[in-house]
Design a protein around this ligand. Sequence first.
Ligand code: COI
Length: 354
Amino acid sequence: MKEYPVQRAAVLKEKPDPNTLVFGKTFTDHMFIMDYTAGQGWHDGRIVPYGPISLEPSAMVFHYAQEVFEGLKAYRNPQGQVQLFRPMENVKRINSSCDRMCIPQLPEEDTLAAIEQLVRLEADWVPSAPGTSLYIRPFIIATTPSLGVHAAHNYIFCIITCPVGAYYAEGINPVKIYVENEDVRAVRGGTGYTKCGGNYAASIRAGERAEENGYAQVLWLDGVHREYIEEVGSMNVMFQIGDTVVTPKLTGSVLPGITRKSCIELMRSWGLKVEERLITAKELFEAGANGTLKEAWGTGTAAVVSPIGEMGWEDKHVVVNAGKIGPLAQRLYDTLTGIQWGTQPDPHNWVIKL
Ligand code: COI
């Protein structure tokens, strides 16, 4: 496996209190960085002290947002070892995002090696308090100084890491989500299936509106018919209607979540019926009104499994499972986090111990 050169930080930072970690605010001592130059390919991968990156104001990422990112986590198991959850899935997904954004492909094995080497170096930063982990954020930005709308000739691939607790202030307690009628997050043929910053930038306005109205997140409708449920933006969504679990199918405008895929695989291995299909907001709210909607939850790397306790849409309002986490979301949360934190067997070989 590839080994990258390391320039160690002269002074190491003080670690934050693991019991009061806020998502994405504290960064570790080092980062990985690698350059791309047209004609030369990816080169000079290295680990350096975490710090500012100097770019020209004309760097293309600032103007046309040619960039992609990923999110995965490292966990500390009860034996004190550090482990990753399905990291190759993230490497493959960043390359799928790169393909859409005209960014050169990363070498898969060397990218996994970079993630593993950085996490090994930062192992002391992987917290052990319940529900905490080290969030890993790989990203690529276009750095060519040019205002022409073309694919850049130069890029930086960087990996930063931060110790985190729960993504939502609610933790495992159910969140309230609001169906957005006005703005759309993504359209088919667009970039919805990628992790590119633009998808998230487009979601901020509706997110702010939802928060002003007391909701944690926005539930997006498809951008064409504005009828079909897509995702929340920070997580995919799943609903138990009767005895079937329904989740929006991957139509091109929905992120192919790795936690989504893992939950589907787990539920199918338990003999549950899972349907990936189109689901209208009308069907969902009718199921909420007639009592067939048993549970609702979101899935994501940051969000893990987050129960949805209330949903609003226009003048309609649905309380799911009396606003409490249901047995299926709890089982998924316990099993998934059990595998991730190494407190349960890993029958699917999803975990890589470092
Ligand atoms: C993740 O779950 O890793 C994401 O990238 C979502 C982001 C909104 C935190």
